[in-house]
Design a binder for this molecule. Structure first.
Ligand code: PHE
Length: 334
């Protein structure tokens, strides 16, 4: 009978080892330890042995039973920890959560604002969907004027546009009725253009300064201040004549290339990089905002946030649209 017990034990060991689920284990437990199980069968045999042997055999059987119970509960533990994390080990090193950061464009907008704030400009916000009036008409571009073509505008309704530039904020700011005005309007814009250097969605920041006696010299000074603080002390700006309907005179602003210092290289092709438009606020625009152009004058500039920032980082991104693709491989580099 001792041999049979040993056999039973090694049988139990083998099947428990092979068990793959809690259900397997339960069936094994019933087969060996259940009421009609193999263990009880052996126990029943005790009736037929002499009382002298019964005690010793009983102990052997009980020992075997305990061993099977132990094997079962060990295996149960193994199965549990393999199949789930039910066992919480507080000493285990934790999984480091992924730390994100703000989007490149948000960084750029903040950095730009920081610089203008130091010389007294205040950030304001104006609608990103606005009426035709503020986007064009109040800016000396009446309905049907060919100059509008340049803005490749998305019309939402007859009179509503996705603002194609931040200049819609100019007359809106004037209408608030305070002077002097020293604002920076940073906003999302939209134009119907999409290629490697244009995205349908982009951002602009618009500066507007209106006071008594504001001149082109003031404009030039502010631009120079911005270029040196944003791009580095060695940088210079220049004004090139241009034409906008809402400024007179109008300029394009260039800054010297950071890679070659202005002598010309393959990045800048000619030593200068174009920042964007600027000019002295047109008297008609001042009047539209309720300001008397005989008493007050001002300058305005409006540039692309993405473009301005890419020029700083000397990033030649092969396709500007990647800024809007939420591509982590790209964004995580910054
Ligand atoms: N709004 C013009 C543009 O989108 C830029 C500009 C702003 C020009 C202010 C002059 C003054 O191109």
């Amino acid at each position: 009978m001792e041999d049979t017990t040993k056999d039973l034990l090694s049988q139990a060991q083998a099947v428990i080892n092979l068990a793959a689920s809690q259900e397997d284990l339960e069936n094994i437990r019933i087969g060996f330890l259940g009421r009609n199980g193999k263990m009880n069968e052996l126990m029943a045999g005790l009736l037929h042995v002499s009382p002298a042997q019964r005690g010793e055999l009983g102990r052997v059987l009980n020992q075997a039973k305990r061993e099977i119970e132990l094997l079962l509960s060990k295996k149960e533990e193994d199965l549990l920890s393999a199949s789930s994390n039910l066992y919480f080990d507080p000493t285990e090193p934790s999984i480091k959560p992924n730390l994100g950061h703000l989007h490149l464009i948000t960084y750029a907008a903040r950095e730009i604002m920081d610089i203008f704030e130091r010389i007294g400009f205040v950030r304001v916000r104006h609608p990103e969907i606005d009426s035709d009036y503020y986007a064009f008409e109040a800016l000396n571009m009446p309905a049907g004027h060919p100059a509008r073509d340049e803005w490749e505008t998305f019309y939402i309704a007859d009179n509503l546009v996705i603002t194609p530039h931040t200049s819609n904020g100019q007359v809106r700011e004037m209408e608030k009725g305070y002077l002097p005005i020293k604002m920076i309007n940073i906003a999302r814009c939209g134009r119907r253009q999409s290629d490697v250097s244009h995205s349908q969605t982009f951002h602009q920041f618009e500066g507007l300064y209106i006071d008594k006696g504001v001149s082109i010299a003031n404009l030039k000074g502010v631009l120079e201040y911005f270029a040196r603080n944003f791009y580095g002390s060695g940088r210079q700006t220049r004004l090139r004549p241009y034409d906008f309907r809402f400024t007179e005179p109008s300029f394009e602003v260039d800054v010297t290339c950071g890679l070659c210092g202005g002598s010309g290289c393959s990045f800048c092709k000619g030593g200068w990089l174009e920042l964007g438009g600027a000019g002295m606020v047109h008297p008609k625009v001042l009047r539209a905002g309720g300001i008397d152009p005989r008493k007050y004058s001002g300058f305005a500039f409006g540039w692309g946030v993405e473009r301005t920032y890419m020029m700083k980082a000397e990033l030649s991104i092969p396709d500007i649209r990647i800024l809007y693709k939420n591509d982590l491989n790209f964004l995580e580099q910054f």
